[in-house]
Design a protein. Structure first.
Ligand SMILES: C[S@@+](CC[C@H](N)C(=O)[O-])C[C@H]1O[C@@H](n2cnc3c(N)ncnc32)[C@H](O)[C@@H]1O
Lengths: 218, 256
């Protein structure tokens, strides 16, 4: 029964692309922090074009970090990595600045396959990033559900407003060139009415989105 | 109305959305659609999919197994979302070729990638998927995202991809597919035929093109049919993953 439940939740996770959503969120947070810390990037430079994979006890999929020109791409690759770190979130939290990973290996808290030097460099880069994970994650995950919907609504409303103005501008132009009019005034009025309807619907949609957002943020 | 694909092999007609048209006419009609949407394409992508296309594309990258030094073909690559990611992942020793039949899409793509500072390992090639202008056994990975449904002769295109793929290489086809549940299917139909073209009208000022997109999605082969078509073209170990309830599916196949 448990295996079945796991399978269902795996399938669901795959369909909802949770791994990818997590990767996208991490990537945003990390690169934002990297951009702020741009001067102590010597170690990041030496990691250029390298891929470090972390397998955490708490997550059922690996996270891969690929460095390219001072930016990090987060993926869930499994097939190839320059170095793989197997550990737990708990251990990562305990990790001290400039701590040697070998210490943790000795304590059986961490395991590495591949180039251990890369792992150490990667850990150092990570340690030097000042990321307030709690706030950042909360911000992005809160965003995640609402971000797309709200932005969708906002863009739609903006576009419609633009269209409304455009139509009004156009129609005054049509009045000037009345003889050339292909569209009758009735048609134009109809069209204006339709635009107004859509516009109202969109504003209602925005209101509903705002309510949903409030509920989600509770 | 004839059934999807049925007319493809028998005569010189094919589908343009729900309309049956002459095969040679389709390519230019598809071209018109993409010429007219090129500029607004990225905005529409976000709007149409609520931004989820970014996750579909990430899923594709994750399944590609790409590594530094690889040679990747992003076919029907349009404005280059996948190319941008691949370019970073293959590094300076690798190469990504963004190929599209449509020059407007390629231009928008090139400008966008340049703005992102991505130049060193990307090439742009105007090409038809049905007859790819590359040597046999050239690429480690080929992706075609939301492109195959626009191609007139899909079997020919799949064979052409097979030819240019290296032995051991893999093809990834990301495409709208058939939602797994009837209810979702209905909701999705409603969305595609009623909302999507209206959005196209309002945002891109081009309802017809988006009506075409909706129709072409419906005419596209379902999961099992596409898998069989890939096998016909020679691909092995073919499989697919449904995403978002089968609204989109990622097909994968290898050449050995
Ligand atoms: C919906 S866009 C997808 C763009 C991009 N791959 C993405 O996912 O955002 C489809 C693209 O397929 C291209 N296309 C259509 N028919 C093609 C063909 N026969 N060969 C190559 N590209 C084609 C169009 O020009 C267009 O850029």
């Amino acid at each position: 029964m448990n295996a079945f439940a796991n399978k269902v939740s795996d399938k669901l996770g795959e369909q909802l692309m949770l791994k990818q959503a997590l990767a996208l969120t991490l990537e945003k947070i990390i690169n934002k922090a990297l951009n702020l810390n741009i001067n102590d990037s010597v170690e990041l430079k030496s990691l250029n074009e390298k891929r470090v994979t972390i397998i955490l006890d708490e997550l059922n999929s690996p996270l891969s970090f690929s460095v390219y020109q001072q930016q990090i791409l987060v993926t869930s690759f499994t097939e190839y990595s320059d170095c793989t770190i197997i550990t737990s979130l708990k251990t990562l939290k305990e990790l001290q600045k400039n701590q040697q990973l070998t210490e943790l290996i000795k304590q059986d808290k961490l395991d590495i396959t591949g180039d251990i030097k890369l792992a150490q460099q990667f850990a150092n880069v990570a340690q030097n990033l000042t990321i307030d994970w709690q706030t950042e994650l909360a911000k992005h995950i809160g965003d995640f559900a609402t971000y797309k919907l709200t932005r969708f609504g906002k863009t739609l409303v903006d576009k419609i407003k633009f269209l409304k103005n455009q139509v009004q501008a156009d129609s005054s132009e049509y009045i000037v060139h009345e003889q050339k009019l292909v569209i009758t005034k009735n048609q134009l009025n109809d069209f204006n009415q339709q635009v107004n309807n859509v516009s109202e619907q969109a504003e209602q949609l925005m209101l509903r989105l705002a309510t949903i957002e409030k509920q989600l943020n509770k | 109305m004839s059934t999807p694909e049925s007319s493809n092999n028998q005569d010189n007609s094919t589908h343009f959305g729900f309309k049956t048209v002459d095969k040679t006419a389709k390519a230019s009609m598809v071209a018109d659609v993409f010429h007219s949407v090129a500029k607004q394409y990225d905005i529409m992508n976000d709007l149409m999919s609520f931004g989820v296309h970014r996750l579909w594309k990430r899923f594709t990258i994750d399944a590609s197994g790409v590594r530094p030094g690889n040679k990747v073909l992003d076919l029907a690559g349009g404005t280059g979302d996948l190319t941008a990611k691949f370019s970073k992942l293959v590094g300076k020793d690798g190469k990504v070729i963004l190929a599209d039949i449509n020059s407007s899409m390629l231009n928008v793509g090139r400008d966008k990638l340049r703005d992102k500072g991505l130049v060193q390992n990307i090439e742009y090639v105007q090409a038809n998927a049905e007859s790819l202008p590359f040597d046999d056994n050239t690429f480690d990975i080929i992706t075609i995202a939301f492109g195959l449904r626009n191609v007139t002769d899909k079997d020919k295109a799949l064979s052409s991809m097979y030819r240019v793929l290296k032995p051991g290489g893999r093809l990834l086809v990301l495409e709208f597919s058939k939602p797994e549940h009837e209810l979702l299917n209905k909701a999705y139909d409603f969305y595609s035929f009623n909302i999507l073209p209206k959005m196209g009208e309002l945002v891109a000022k081009d309802g017809d093109s988006y009506q075409y997109l909706a129709e072409s999605i419906r005419m596209h082969p379902d999961q099992e049919t596409l898998k069989a078509m890939m096998e016909n073209a020679g691909f092995e170990q073919t499989s697919y993953h449904n995403l978002t309830g089968g609204v989109v599916a990622l097909h994968k196949g290898y050449k050995f």
